[in-house]
Design a protein around this ligand. Structure first.
Ligand SMILES: Cc1cc2nc3c(=O)[nH]c(=O)nc-3n(C[C@H](O)[C@H](O)[C@H](O)COP(=O)(O)O)c2cc1C
Length: 226
């Protein structure tokens, strides 16, 4: 699979995993993709805890509101955010917004790399923060952002519906929709090209009109010998 858009579109949040080992090479490739994500000021406020022990996985599944299917995944990656790092450089905005966005970018990188390796993932966001922190000895100033279950899919769910592009895009300002979005949104260069061509044609029509009028006047003057 080469095209990034193909990867993005075919990745699925997988519920059931096969009890099949994932190589360390693949685990490290997935985490490596995470660490190359963008982050505000490149602060890289993330840490990744790899959990493979069956008892620990069982406990995490319980703390994730009994999402027991993740026990079958050979690897759980707990994504942690160093909030203080973001707060130190960017204040409240850093702590409350950037730190989360940074980790979400890292998570998405990991999901896509896993998918490109033929692996499957499940993003777990619902869990008891305090209890997960206690279980994994995570310090108070760190926030747990997600648990990624990583493994081989037992079954890949069908693609859930996604909103059409034209219902999500405004042009220039809020709620300003394109008149013919389906035609346009596939290729913005074509839209701009068409608009330029339309403007050019309008201007040329104007030029022709003026030219015609001037010629009429000249002819008129000549006939009247002015
Ligand atoms: C912030 C966040 C939290 C999520 N939490 C869970 C979760 O606790 N359990 C789960 O099975 N899926 C969870 N998901 C995955 C979504 O349910 C899934 O991405 C969505 O249904 C769309 O499916 P798709 O990823 O296959 O396109 C979470 C996703 C996000 C972004």
């Amino acid at each position: 699979m080469g095209d990034i858009l193909d990867l993005i579109k075919t990745r699925r949040n997988v519920k059931y995993f096969l009890p099949k080992f994932v190589s360390w090479e693949n685990i490290s490739r997935v985490i490596d993709a995470g660490r190359h994500a963008p982050s505000c000021g490149n602060i890289q406020n993330w840490k990744f805890i790899v959990v493979m022990n069956p008892d620990s996985k069982q406990q995490l599944a319980e703390l994730a509101h009994q999402q027991y299917e993740i026990i079958q995944a050979p690897v759980l990656i707990v994504v942690c955010s160093e909030l203080e790092k973001a707060e130190r450089y960017y204040g409240v905005r850093g702590e409350k917004l950037y730190s989360i966005q940074n980790c979400a970018a890292a998570i998405q990188n990991m999901l896509l790399e896993a998918h490109s390796l033929g692996l499957a993932t499940r993003w777990i966001g619902a869990f008891n923060d305090d209890e997960v922190k206690e279980m994994l000895n995570i310090p108070a100033e760190i926030s747990v952002q997600a648990i990624i279950a990583l493994g081989y899919a037992k079954e890949v769910p069908p693609k859930p519906p996604k909103f059409p592009l034209e219902s999500l895009v405004f042009f220039g300002s809020w709620r300003n929709r394109l008149k013919d979005p389906a035609k346009y949104l596939n290729d913005i260069a074509t839209i701009l090209g068409r608009k330029t061509q339309a403007s050019k044609e309008t201007i040329m029509k104007g030029v022709d009109f003026v030219k015609e009028k001037v010629e009429e006047k000249v002819k008129d003057f000549k006939e009247k010998n002015i």
